[in-house]
Design a protein around this ligand. Structure first.
Ligand code: GTP
Ligand code: MG
Length: 478
């Protein structure tokens, strides 16, 4: 079984953020020196980057699971955890990124063009960063957010100016070898070429790229031979060359019927009708081939084609061909200015960061969806009451409580935060939250409290109000 490497499914996982650390500074004779837990590091991203020296997706076929490293947890003594390393995955120029449903996420053209396929999770804040006037000694830290996981499909659509199409063994790869410095595999059996080869041709002032496509045979559109799927590589080319074999030993073939057949297959594939075409009669170094070429030339010209004769092996007629192609390429470029796409970084569309929704579902469950509430839930250590209280405060501040109330939620109703398959569900207890506020604020450690002058207390009150107006998220490093 041949291995196709111009389409792979890739499973990428970004690194998770490191957990924040909850720690209290300790010194001799000063047992409670204040919170000093550092922040967790950010998880690494998985980034696809176009690298001109990479020509196939073979690597990803062999190992389709890729993961960036996690951020390290924070430590006591205000030490932040190290960020995870981004994982850079080099891909060929012309790689198209799709989701599993086939939607195009990105079309990567131009050396250095990058696409963030999975974003690393944020590191959790340590208790030092969570401390505030209101919450002097938080006994908790935030968890790191798990990294993004994505299943994507990579498809290679070779970016070349000229595409060579034709039967197997017509000499397409031989032509690339003769016209450029590329050294593709050449052999006298069909389907030698399994993935397109790319060569760079210089003709006078013009430099252009030329690619071959695995050979086509009758019925390719029905999946015969290597099928039609390689024609996607032709889609981006601006000029097509029909490479016709004048020296085939197969008795039922001749250049004209070969051409008709390949044209029929191209038509079946579709979308290539507007590309200028050139006909190349190859292998004229063979005496019978030269005769046959002379014979069919008028026929082909009558069909409106410009006809060239060449021998890839004996290097006949190649200069003429390469200049004619340069001419067509130059015209195509003039008609469509090359889009320079160097070093563009494409990030997945940002999710709507601000909003959230509350929906009452059929079974009476209230479902909260939104980027922030869902992330906050993931950052919460549910074994720590204080951390849960902090989550409640955050949700409150965003207005989730109010919306739940408006939607008709009552004490004891089930509330789910997150999507069906990955939600945190709890019983709603709005009064407990309010009550907690009366009993004593979360995170206050009364051992710190000493009698203070009125002016200090007033300053603290103001600081509390200031903090209340601030969005909690502002503290978080991104
Ligand atoms: N005599 C002669 N033989 C040629 C010429 N061009 C190619 N060949 C031979 O034809 C055979 C097939 O050549 P390739 O270049 O591998 O053909 P291809 O079109 O790339 O074939 P696939 O990759 O299988 O589609 C090899 O044995 C070549 O040496 C030519 O101009 N003259
Ligand atoms: Mg070949």
């Amino acid at each position: 079984m041949t291995t196709f490497v111009d389409r792979v499914e890739l499973h990428v996982a970004a690194g998770s953020g490191g957990h924040g650390c909850a720690s209290v500074h300790r010194e001799k004779f000063k047992p409670l020196g204040g919170p000093d837990g550092g922040n967790g590091g950010r998880g690494g991203d998985v980034i696809l980057v176009v690298d001109q020296s990479v020509t196939t997706l073979l690597d990803y076929h062999h190992s389709p699971h890729r993961k960036a490293t996690n951020g390290k947890p924070g430590e006591g003594g205000n030490r932040s955890g190290k960020d995870g390393q981004d994982l850079i995955l080099p891909v060929p120029n012309g790689t198209v990124v799709l989701d599993k449903a086939g939607n195009v996420l990105a079309d990567l053209v131009g050396h250095g063009t990058a696409y963030v396929a999975a974003q690393g999770g944020r590191g959790g804040l340590g208790n030092a960063a969570l401390a505030s006037a209101r919450r002097k000694a938080p006994g908790f830290a935030l968890l790191g957010v798990p990294g993004d996981m994505q299943d994507i499909v990579l498809e290679l659509k070779t970016v070349a100016d000229v595409a060579l199409v034709g039967y197997p063994s017509a000499g397409k790869s031989s032509l690339i070898a003769a016209m450029s410095a590329a050294r593709p595999k050449i052999a006298d059996y069909p389907f030698t070429t399994l993935v397109p080869n790319l060569g760079v041709v210089t003709a006078g002032e013009t430099v252009y790229t030329i690619a071959d496509v695995p050979g086509l045979i009758p019925g390719a559109s029905q999946g015969k031979g290597l099928g039609l799927e390689f024609l996607r590589h032709v889609e981006r080319c601006s000029v097509l060359v029909h490479v016709l074999d004048t020296a085939t030993l197969e008795s039922d073939r001749d250049p004209v019927s070969d051409l008709d057949l390949i044209e029929a297959e191209l038509k079946q594939y579709g979308g290539l009708g507007d590309r200028p075409r050139i006909v190349l009669l190859n292998k004229i170094d063979v005496p019978d081939g030269k005769d046959l070429a002379e014979m069919v030339r008028p026929d082909l010209q009558a069909r409106g084609y410009r006809v060239f004769e060449a021998s890839a092996v004996a290097h006949i007629g190649l200069k003429e061909l390469s200049y004619a192609l340069a001419d067509l390429v130059a015209k195509a470029r003039a008609a469509k200015p090359q889009e320079e796409a160097t070093r563009i970084v494409i990030r997945p569309k940002a999710v709507d960061d601000a909003g959230f929704t509350v929906v009452r579902e059929e079974d009476g469950l209230f479902r909260v969806r939104g980027e922030k509430p869902e992330r906050w839930v993931r950052q919460t250590d549910f074994s720590n009451d204080e951390a849960v209280g902090y989550l409640a405060d955050r949700l409150n501040r965003l207005g989730v409580e109010d919306e739940l109330m408006k939607a008709g939620a009552r004490t004891g109703d089930g509330v789910a935060i997150g999507p069906e398959e990955n939600a945190v569900v709890f019983d709603w207890e709005p009064t407990v939250m309010a009550g907690a506020e009366m009993l004593g604020r979360r995170g206050e450690d009364h051992r710190f409290e000493a009698p203070r002058p009125a002016v200090t207390r007033r300053r603290e009150k103001q600081a509390e109000r200031d903090e209340a107006e601030r969005e909690y998220d502002d503290f978080e490093p991104f």
